[in-house]
Design a protein around this ligand. Structure first.
Ligand SMILES: Cc1ncc(C[n+]2csc(CCOP(=O)(O)OP(=O)(O)O)c2C)c(N)n1
Ligand SMILES: [Mg+2]
Length: 363
């Protein structure tokens, strides 16, 4: 770090920004976005609702109803901006934290919770939503995304894929291999890295000596750093990168510069490794507050609108909680389902053995 300011908080000069932390609209020579007032209000609603889902999930975990939860707090704009840039035909490959992108892909939030409650192995049909299952193995989904992109390239489809991953994931072999494949095959893929400054307790400076987006040039494709707390900029930059990919111009690496305001997961205690100042400084860059300020200042929304969105968020929180608690426990034999695409004799045998074993107990 070159200044005494808390980590990452001095916005780097090369950052694409269209909305300042104070809610002022600014221009960028390479990126612009035309949004109707209704579209801006709709983005605000998305941000507030996904934050509410996240808050409810953290509370459910604290009450013992979920095994674990990976909060997206602070990363809403990166996820909603990029998620709303996708067309129905595009395919997204998430990590375990992309609840905002899931929202944009119309995945019922309760389905996400089912996975963290341990009552299913995935929760949704990737083909139905063009949103792959969550991936815990850091970085592996970038390879899946490139493979899928090469497939749609051969199909001649007018679509692109987007691979989500974190700053820490850029140190994984899988991610670097996926960059090479994407580059040499000119695959229609957008690499969307949410640099939230931390990989559990490892700070960014332990992952890279150069800004992450600059890594792309070594692989032979463009990289761009965007203000990850600015929903307009995330939407504009991702839209352009996806369009380039669809038009045969190959991959782009987007580094969304943001901050993980919560713990890594509910199993983590960030007070053990980071100073409180850092969080306080980043709170001033909150993605929701800046859009709210913009809406207010430009008289695009009044108090009645904000109250309505808050009420909708509360109702959604209640609904998600109720339906989460009602999720049925799976039958023990469900463990053996969906392991392979088709029936498998060894697995059938193991399932029968297990059921015979269970039948020996009184239920
Ligand atoms: C291959 C692999 N190695 C290690 C882990 C353990 N692990 C889980 S999350 C994580 C840090 C990931 O950091 P980052 O990529 O920055 O994503 P973030 O959680 O910050 O969104 C690690 C090392 C894992 N899940 N998979
Ligand atoms: Mg990270």
């Amino acid at each position: 770090m070159t200044s005494d300011a808390p980590r990452g908080v001095d916005a780097p000069p090369e950052l694409v920004q269209l909305l300042t932390p104070e809610g002022e609209r600014v221009e960028h020579p390479d990126y612009d976005i035309e949004l109707t007032d209704e579209e801006v209000r709709s983005l605000y609603r998305d941000l507030v609702l996904v934050r509410r889902i996240d808050l409810e999930a953290v509370a459910l975990q604290r009450q013992g109803e979920l095994g674990i939860w990976a909060s997206l707090l602070g990363q809403e704009a990166a996820q909603i901006g990029s998620g709303r840039a996708l067309t129905d035909a595009d395919m997204a490959f998430p990590t375990y934290r992309e609840h905002g992108v899931a929202w944009c892909r119309d995945v019922d939030p309760v389905r996400l919770l089912g996975l963290f409650r341990g009552v299913n192995h995935g929760g949704w049909d990737p083909a139905e939503h063009n949103f792959h299952l969550y991936t815990i193995v850091i970085g592996s989904q970038t390879l899946h995304a490139v493979g899928y992109a090469m497939g749609i390239q051969r199909d001649g489809a007018e679509a692109a894929t987007i691979a989500y991953f974190g700053d820490g994931a850029t140190s994984q072999g899988d991610v670097n291999e996926s960059f090479i494949w994407a580059s040499v095959f000119n695959a229609p893929v957008v690499f969307f890295c949410q640099n939230n400054q931390w990989a559990i307790s490892e700070p960014l400076e332990k992952q890279s000596k150069i800004p992450l987006y600059k890594r792309a040039s070594g692989f032979g494709f463009p990289g761009v750093r965007v203000d990850g707390n600015d929903v307009f900029a995330c939407l504009a930059v991702t839209r352009k990168a996806l369009q380039n990919a669809r038009e045969g111009q190959g991959p782009t690496l987007i580094e969304a510069y943001t901050y993980r305001m919560g713990a890594h997961t509910t199993s983590d205690d960030p007070t053990r490794y980071r100073v409180a100042d850092e969080l306080e400084a980043w709170k001033l860059k909150d993605p929701i507050e800046r859009l709210k300020a913009y809406l207010f200042k430009n008289q695009l929304a009044d108090q009645e609108f904000f109250d309505k969105v808050d009420a909708e968020a509360d109702a959604l929180g209640k609904d998600v909680r109720r339906r989460c608690l009602e999720l049925p426990d799976p039958e023990p034999e469900a463990l053996f389902q969906h392991v392979y695409a088709a029936q498998h004799s060894l697995l059938d045998e193991e399932r029968d053995q297990y059921l015979t074993y269970l039948a020996g107990f009184e239920r």
